[in-house]
Ligand binder design. Sequence first.
Ligand SMILES: [Fe+2]
Length: 288
Amino acid sequence: MFTLAHLSDWHLASRPALSELIGKRGLGYINWHRARKKIHRPDVLDLTIRDLKASAPDHIAVTGDLVNLSLPDEYNRARGWLQTLGLPRDVTLVPGNHDIYVRRVLQTPAAYWADYMRGDDGIDRFPFLRRRGNIALIGLSTALPTAPLLATGRLGKPQLARLLEILDQTRGSFRIVLIHHPPLTQRYLRRLVDAADLRGVLADQGAELLLHGHDHHRAVVWLDGPQKKIPAVGVPSASARGKHGDENPAGYNLFRIDGALGKWSCEMIARERGADGTMREVERQMLI
Ligand SMILES: [Fe+2]
């Protein structure tokens, strides 16, 4: 039995200097100040992490948007939370659109978090592959700077080509694809622009599970695979208070994976912050 925990979308901000608020960051700061500051809270993330660690998962996956405006202090604080989760060998991270919020920070996530985003081969590139027993974790990056008010992502042809190779190489393992943007969405301004190409690779090569963030709510959709459908599971933000508007409260998922090729089982356990401020189980589902 292998237990994987999945959390995402902390969106934790630092107070920026006035000089840092030009262009998109200025608009983003106004947005954060009006809404997100009240939604995403460090104390809630601490609670989520405490609850998650109590179940002693074998590995933890984090699917991006750890920061809000891509400011240096935000990356630094996010690294502190990553270290609270565990050592880089036990925690796998992929970046989200807020982690590369503006063009000048293209290389910054790697400067702070590279050891959490690196494959077993030690090379810094996406996709990367980490094998843990008969589990294959495949990390993709959809993060790219966008115009204000857009939250789109893109994989690009080189990543898709290498993903196809890795899925083929790791056939026989329990293959888990980690990605920030969901592979299917109705939200045009927040979409993965080459999602159809990703779904094509998955339909061709298969995967046992796909985990994503970005939408801040629990979701399971089923994607086409060569023989079996592939569960694609979204997770709420791990830091959301859940008391404002339609924002979902903080949560995370556990996956209990067992078996071998042809007879895998995977149970999903969703935990969420209740109105009393404690975490509790809200859903249990056999995905495979
Ligand atoms: Fe996002």
